[in-house]
Design a protein around this ligand. Structure first.
Ligand code: UGA
Length: 447
């Protein structure tokens, strides 16, 4: 099957490469000439484990090509995926659909024969209707079926998620699209991944509902972590205890500094706006958004409290900056608010991240970057674990203690346990677990 993927960003590139790996003939298109030139030379625009190998392998087999020319690829395609960005519109938080609509017009001018046009970008309910209207208006002879097929990829695990999905959601209004989409995903279908066909508007909402639910689940456990700290319980045990209930499930119950990234913050906001527009507000999600925003900033206060009454002039070393490990993505990372909060308090901030330091420079100022955890720890008053990269899971604590001014670890991802750290003479603060002084604090609260 011949497939064109318009937009070679995160979603387009991963989808295009994996579809080529299934044996389809794929052309990835992007208007950014530098990006396409780099991809042709085998240089990936993003850090995603395994992506470069899949691109190289399928490029060599001539199943995957890159171009800036949309016309030819669309004319030859049986299926055209739209995978361009839908950033938050400045000012109101609505998804900005101008790129999606511009691509729809270009597709309209080039389609040839029956073609399935699939929106893979995360788009609000009703966008498929509008894409169809644009194509029909621009080219009344176009024979297209417009389909919604949201992606559920996680950055850092995108290849695995594409090849072993929990489900594939496909929203169709034209029955002819069913056979084409089944063919696109045949290898997954043969692997028994559920292909769920539904109406287009429902499919569009499923994507937002999934992300909103996950964001809410994280926010739930984050608030529970605060309560655990207040009452002397352990949030990891609470998460385990509730997660064993199959109706709840154990995933996405890791307390931390708040969710970030290019998806949850943007999608929750867009869903809230859509719901308000339709006069059907989603108050749970509105609250989730507010709590998460406050939490990121609150993490700077948590670090400050751990250090002492005043952080002015203190040196604080951050381990990890990206919104999660295995990515170089800094978008909406909690690290941004944490750095800002610490600098506002007068602290000097140093940082190390295995992949994100280049990207971080656009988001942070006055941060001293170091080559590894030990360089930034030298003379520091506190070490703060912000992102749970594997590289931070086995730190050399005796060495760190020798380097630091004060041996203090604030672990915002609960990578370590107090017993592990205390024996090296470190003070330890984590998220939602009993504090050192909890018994004294509880008995004085009871008095
Ligand atoms: C998320 C969804 O997980 C994907 O299914 C979806 O396709 C994607 O958004 C999207 O809409 O494109 P992603 O943003 O890559 O994927 O990252 P996640 O692994 O979901 O993590 C998001 C944030 O939540 C991170 O900041 C992470 O640290 C945080 N998180 C996650 C927690 O704080 N606790 C958890 O238990 C899980």
């Amino acid at each position: 099957m011949r497939i064109a993927v318009v937009g070679s960003g995160y979603v387009g590139l991963v989808s295009g490469a994996c579809l080529a790996d299934f044996g389809h003939q794929v052309t990835c298109i992007d208007s950014n000439e530098e990006k396409i030139a780099a991809l042709k030379a085998g240089v990936m625009p993003i850090y995603e484990p395994g992506l470069d190998q899949i691109v190289a392998k399928n490029g060599k087999a001539n199943r995957l090509v890159f171009t800036t020319e949309l016309g030819k690829a669309v004319r030859e395609a049986d299926a055209v995926f739209i995978a361009v960005g839908t950033p938050s519109r400045r000012g109101d938080g609505h998804a900005d659909l101008s790129y999606v609509y511009a691509v729809a017009s270009e597709i309209a001018a080039n389609v040839n024969g029956f073609t399935v046009v699939i929106t893979k970008s995360t788009v609000p309910v009703g966008t498929g209707d509008e894409v169809e209207r644009i194509i029909r208006e621009a080219n009344p002879d176009a024979d297209v079926a417009v389909v919604s097929n949201p992606e559920f990829l996680r950055e850092g695990a995108a290849i695995e998620d594409f090849k072993r999905p929990d489900r594939i959601v496909i929203g169709i209004e034209d029955e002819r699209a069913r056979a084409v989409m089944t063919e696109v995903y045949r290898p997954l279908y043969l692997n028994q991944a559920p292909l769920m066909f539904t109406a287009r508007r429902t499919s569009e909402l499923i994507k937002y509902a999934a992300n909103a639910f996950l964001a809410m689940k994280i926010t739930f456990i984050n608030e529970m972590a605060d309560l655990c700290e207040a009452v002397g319980s352990n949030v990891q045990d609470v998460a385990h205890g509730i997660g064993l209930d199959k109706r709840i499930g154990s995933k996405f119950l890791h307390a931390g500094p708040g969710y970030g990234g290019s998806c949850f913050p943007k999608d929750t906001l867009a869903l809230v706006k859509t719901a308000q527009d339709y006069n059907s507000p989603l108050r749970l999600i509105e609250t989730t958004v507010a709590i998460n925003d406050q939490r990121k900033r609150a993490m700077a206060r948590k670090v400050s409290r751990a250090i002492g009454p005043d952080i002015r002039g203190k040196t604080i070393a951050l381990l990890g900056l990206t919104f999660k490990p295995n990515t170089d993505d800094m978008r909406e990372s909690p690290a941004i608010s944490i750095v800002q909060g610490l600098q506002d308090g007068g602290a000097k901030v140093r940082a190390f991240d295995p992949e994100g330091m280049e990207a971080a420079k656009a988001y942070l100022s006055d941060v001293t970057f170091g080559a590894d955890p030990y360089t930034i720890a030298e003379g520091a008053d506190a070490l703060v674990l912000v992102t749970e990269w594997d590289a931070f899971r086995a730190l050399d604590f005796p060495r760190l203690k020798g380097l630091m001014k004060e041996p203090l670890l604030v672990d915002l991802r609960n990578v370590y346990r107090r017993e592990q750290i205390a024996r090296y003479g470190f003070r330890f603060v984590s998220v939602g677990r009993p504090r050192e002084d909890i018994n004294a604090a509880l008995s004085s609260a009871a008095e």
